[in-house]
Design a protein around this ligand. Structure first.
Ligand code: BGC
Length: 476
C-alpha cells in the first residue's frame, strides 16, 4: 500500500521494448501518489473543514471550503406520504421527477432533457425559461396538469451556493459547462419562480427547498440505507455533503432542538485554489486548468472529475509522444485537439481485464484512430496511462471521503454516490475502497451507487422541508 500508484506502473506495458517502457515509467513517475500523499490530502481536508467551520472570519478565509449549512435537518423516517416534484439542474442534462410516496415507499416518474450549449452559455433567463418549458412538457405528458393544490417542489441546483433558508440560496459562481454571463449573487429559487410565472405555472408548483446535488443524493441514499450519512457526486464535477452534529459547527446560529444535526455541503471542488494541494498536483493538472472554462478555480475537481479525467489522460499521451515513446513521435490528429479524449473513452479503456486490450482498441476506434496509427506497443502504453490516471484519480477523491468518514466517528458509514464517473468506471469503486479500508480504521465503510439520486433526492428534500417547517426548526 505504501507506494500506492507506483506499484502498478509498468504493469500493462511489460511487453513493450525496454527503452520505451523506461520512458513511460519516467513520465508516469510524476503522477505517482504514495501513502504519505493520501494521508496529507486527508490532513489538509480536515484542517480546511475546521477553518471553514469557525467563527473567526480571518481564519475562515484561509479555507477554500464553503462548509455550507443546508438548513436540512430531517432525514426521512419511512412514514411519509404524498406527491412531490424534484428538479435536477447541474450538468448538461436536466431532470424532472414526480415522486408518489405511500408510507415511505416511493413510486417515481422521471424525464431527462438535454440543455443546448447556447443555453448553457447564454443569460440565466434562458436557462430558467428552458426549465419552465420542460416542466410544462412533463405536466402535459404525465397528465398532472389539473391538480387542485400546488405540488411541493425540491430544486437540486448543483453549483456553489450559500443557503439563506430552505427555499432560498445565492449562487457563488457558475462551474462545469455553465458559463452564463449573469446569475452570480442571485437566488435560483427566485429565478425559477419568475420563469414558472412567465410559463403560467406559478400556482401549480410551490418551491419549498433548494439544495445541492450532494444533499439530494445523501437523502436518496438514506432512503435506501439508513446508515448513509455522506452524499458524494462523482460525475462531471464533484462534491460532498454529510450529516454533522450542530455542536461540531462553531459558527452554528440555529437552535439546538432535536435532531441536533444538519446536512453540511463541503463544496470541495474548489479545495486547493489557495495552493494547499499543490504538493501532489502535476503539470498536467495545471494544463487542464489553463484550458478549462474557469481558470484558477475548482483546483481539486480538476484532478479527477469526469469533465477533466479524459483530458488528463490525453495530455500524458501527448507528452509520451513528444518523448518518442508513443506513435513514433507523431501525434495522431484524433489526439491533437484539447478535450478530444473524454472520460467515457477512459472508462471504455478501463473495461479491459488482465492483459487484454480489446476495450482500449475500441476506445481508440471511437476516437477515429485507425489501426495503422496505433501499434500494439502504443495500445499497451495507452492502457497503462488510462489505468494510472484512473487509479490516481480514485485515490485522490477517496482521500477526501476518508477525511469525512473519520469526521463522522461512526462505526458504520454508508456513502451514497451518484454521478456518471462512479457509475460507469469499472475500477473506481474498488480503488476507492482500497483507500477507505486502509485510512478509516475505525469505521466499516460502504460505498453505494444511488442512481439518479440527485433527482430523486430533490423530491425527498421537499418532504424534509415540509416536516421541518411544521416542527419550526430554526437553522440560522
Ligand atoms: C459544483 C458543486 C456540485 C458538484 C457536483 C461542482 O462543480 O460546484 O456544487 O455539487 O459540481 O455536481
Amino acid at each position: 500500500m505504501e507506494k500506492l500508484t507506483e506499484q502498478w506502473t509498468g504493469q500493462f506495458c511489460a511487453s513493450v521494448n525496454a527503452e520505451k517502457r523506461e520512458k513511460v515509467v519516467k513520465v508516469l513517475k510524476d503522477l505517482v501518489l504514495n501513502a504519505d500523499d493520501v494521508a496529507k490530502i486527508m490532513k489538509v481536508f480536515t484542517s480546511q473543514m475546521d477553518l471553514a467551520n469557525g467563527t473567526d472570519e480571518g481564519k475562515r478565509k484561509q479555507s477554500d471550503l464553503l462548509m455550507d449549512n443546508t438548513h436540512v435537518r430531517c432525514l426521512m423516517d419511512g412514514t411519509e406520504s404524498g406527491d412531490y416534484l424534484g428538479l435536477d439542474l447541474g450538468g448538461t442534462n436536466f431532470r424532472v421527477v414526480l415522486i408518489r410516496l405511500k408510507k415511505g415507499v416511493a413510486e417515481t416518474t422521471m424525464d431527462n432533457y438535454t440543455i443546448p450549449s447556447d443555453v448553457l452559455c447564454g443569460p440565466t433567463k434562458g436557462v430558467f425559461d428552458f426549465i419552465a418549458n420542460k416542466i410544462m412538457d412533463f405536466f402535459e405528458k404525465h397528465d398532472i396538469d389539473n391538480r387542485k393544490e400546488a405540488l411541493p417542489l425540491g430544486f437540486t441546483f448543483s453549483f456553489p451556493s450559500t443557503q439563506v433558508a430552505l427555499n432560498s440560496s445565492r449562487l457563488v459562481t457558475w462551474t462545469k459547462s455553465f458559463k452564463c454571463p449573469d446569475g452570480v449573487g442571485e437566488d435560483p429559487v427566485k429565478l425559477l419562480e419568475q420563469a414558472l410565472q412567465r410559463r403560467g405555472l406559478a400556482d401549480k408548483v410551490d418551491v419549498v427547498a433548494v439544495m445541492n446535488d450532494t444533499t439530494s443524493t445523501l437523502l436518496a441514499g438514506n432512503y435506501i440505507d439508513k446508515k448513509a450519512r455522506i452524499g458524494v457526486i462523482l460525475g462531471t464535477g464533484s462534491n460532498a455533503a454529510f450529516v454533522d452534529h450542530v455542536e461540531n459547527i462553531e459558527r452554528w446560529t440555529g437552535d439546538t432542538k432535536d435532531p441536533k444535526e444538519v446536512v453540511v455541503v463541503v463544496e470541495w471542488g474548489c479545495a486547493g485554489d489557495n495552493g494547499c494541494l499543490d504538493f501532489y498536483r502535476t503539470q498536467y493538472e495545471k494544463e487542464v486548468d489553463n484550458s478549462s472554462n474557469h481558470v484558477g478555480s475548482y483546483t481539486f475537481e480538476k484532478s479527477f472529475s469526469g469533465l477533466y479525467l479524459g483530458e488528463l489522460v490525453r495530455l500524458v499521451l501527448v507528452r509520451l509522444t513528444q518523448e518518442g515513446a508513443l506513435f513514433d513521435g507523431n501525434l495522431p490528429q484524433s489526439l491533437s485537439e484539447t478535450w478530444s479524449l473524454t472520460t467515457s473513452h477512459v472508462t471504455e479503456m478501463e473495461r479491459d481485464e488482465s492483459m487484454s486490450t480489446m476495450h482500449t482498441r475500441e476506445a481508440l476506434k471511437q476516437l477515429q484512430m485507425t489501426s495503422s496509427e496505433a501499434t500494439e506497443d502504443d495500445v499497451a502504453i495507452i492502457r497503462e496511462v488510462a489505468a494510472m490516471i484512473s487509479r490516481r484519480a480514485a485515490y485522490i477523491v477517496a482521500a477526501a471521503i476518508a477525511a469525512l468518514v473519520n469526521r463522522t466517528q461512526l462505526p458504520d458509514v454508508t456513502v451514497a454516490i451518484d454521478g456518471s464517473l462512479y457509475e460507469n468506471h469499472p475500477k473506481f469503486h474498488s480503488c476507492m475502497m482500497d483507500i477507505l479500508n486502509t485510512f478509516c480504521p475505525k469505521s466499516r465503510v460502504k460505498l453505494i451507487l444511488v442512481k439518479d439520486g440527485s433527482g430523486l433526492g430533490a423530491g425527498f428534500v421537499a418532504v424534509s422541508a415540509l416536516k421541518q417547517n411544521a416542527a419550526q426548526l430554526r437553522c440560522s
